[in-house]
Ligand binder design. Structure first.
Ligand SMILES: NC(=O)C1=CN([C@@H]2O[C@H](COP(=O)(O)OP(=O)(O)OC[C@H]3O[C@@H](n4cnc5c(N)ncnc54)[C@H](O)[C@@H]3O)[C@@H](O)[C@H]2O)[C@@H](O)CC1
Ligand SMILES: Nc1ncnc2c1ncn2[C@@H]1O[C@H](COP(=O)(O)OP(=O)(O)O)[C@@H](O)[C@H]1O
Ligand SMILES: [Mg+2]
Length: 284
């Protein structure tokens, strides 16, 4: 029996934590975003900026060498570690201790990158958010799913979800396939769409914010950064997923009167994260 919960203004306050007055950047969470390949460094840039703007204390990116100048110039607040390779990720090693890792935006699916991701999964114990090409790589190597830490958050759009769990023939079947998958691998699935739904075992959460302005390049990459940020700030994985999706949707509602549907872009999500948080404060 599925338990369904609408995430509205009342529900979201059960997941939101006000910042502690005495916090400092050392305890405000350190997030690592891994991704990017030649021509898709923008995906990591968007994700990392969204991560910072969602409140985590420190953000580091792990990217191919070609993204080094781009990231340092685009977001001076973010620290950068580069792979040995110029255009793709081939060996994920770092000497930091992040509290959460988001992996996948712009990553690409070259064989060297697939191998690096496999190596990474074999040793990683840090809480994870998996998106985009990292999901596509998992879909091609389903035996690697057992390497994911429990409560890893997967954020597929409908096509990525189909690659992962197979084709469905009705909404009902999609839901039951996603629930079985979530239970089998102990993962949280953020099924992105309109609306987005979050599956955690038998429980389904339906988001109530957002609009069609979000149908724009990079808006999912931004969501990955937001959820990773909350996870790094010690939110429980299910709360990080629910709150991230809710705030992401709110940004589009807040910006709509100024941008309309057409000219809203992923950077507008980032620019409105602050106002989305402030609107939660007003509800308290
Ligand atoms: N500026 C950048 O660097 C950007 C990089 N990106 C990266 O590009 C890579 C490829 O990602 P894509 O998602 O574009 O490619 P995919 O091949 O995974 O997905 C595109 C396919 O999914 C379908 N699809 C997407 N959303 C859907 C929906 N709501 N309902 C039904 N079908 C849907 C599309 O019609 C298309 O067939 C990823 O690594 C991603 O992170 C993109 O996020 C775009 C921006
Ligand atoms: N019509 C829509 N209404 C509400 N949200 C939408 C709509 N279209 C897309 N979104 C949201 O925008 C995001 C798109 O993510 P994704 O497809 O991964 O984009 P990208 O890979 O380009 O970053 C998801 O959070 C999805 O729920
Ligand atoms: Mg995406």
């Amino acid at each position: 029996m599925t338990n369904s919960i609408y995430i509205d203004q009342k529900q979201i306050l059960k997941h939101y934590k006000q910042p502690d007055k005495h916090t400092h950047k050392g305890i405000q969470g350190h997030a690592l975003i891994i991704g990017g390949s030649y021509g898709k460094i923008g995906a990591v840039s968007l994700s990392a900026k969204a991560c910072l703007k969602t409140g985590c204390g420190l953000v580091t990116v792990f990217i191919p060498k070609c993204g080094y100048d781009i990231l340092q110039i685009a977001i001076p607040e973010v620290m950068v570690i580069t792979d040995n390779q110029e255009k793709l990720i081939s060996n994920i090693t770092f000497d930091i201790t992040p509290q959460a890792i988001g992996i996948g935006p712009g990553l690409g699916q070259k064989i060297e990158t697939q191998n690096a991701f496999h190596q990474f999964l074999q040793t990683n114990k840090t809480p994870l958010v998996i998106d985009a090409d990292a999901l596509n790589i998992l879909s091609q190597n389903k035996e690697w799913l057992s390497l994911l830490p429990p409560k890893t958050i997967l954020t597929p759009h409908p096509k990525e979800l189909e690659r992962l769990i197979g084709k469905w023939h009705s909404e009902e079947e999609k839901r039951s396939m996603a629930i079985s998958f979530s239970k089998q691998y102990q993962v949280i699935i953020v099924m992105k769409g309109a609306p987005s739904r979050i599956i955690d075992g038998e429980t389904l959460y339906e988001n109530t914010t957002g609009n069609a302005a979000l149908a724009t390049a990079g808006s999912g990459d931004v969501l990955t950064g937001m959820i990773t940020s909350l996870l790094a700030q010690s939110y429980e994985p299910i709360s990080a997923a629910i709150l991230g999706v809710y705030l992401h949707g709110l940004t589009a509602e807040i910006a709509l009167p100024e941008t309309g549907y057409q000219s809203f872009i992923a950077s507008d999500v980032i620019a409105n994260i602050g106002k989305a948080f402030l609107s939660l404060e007003k509800l308290e």
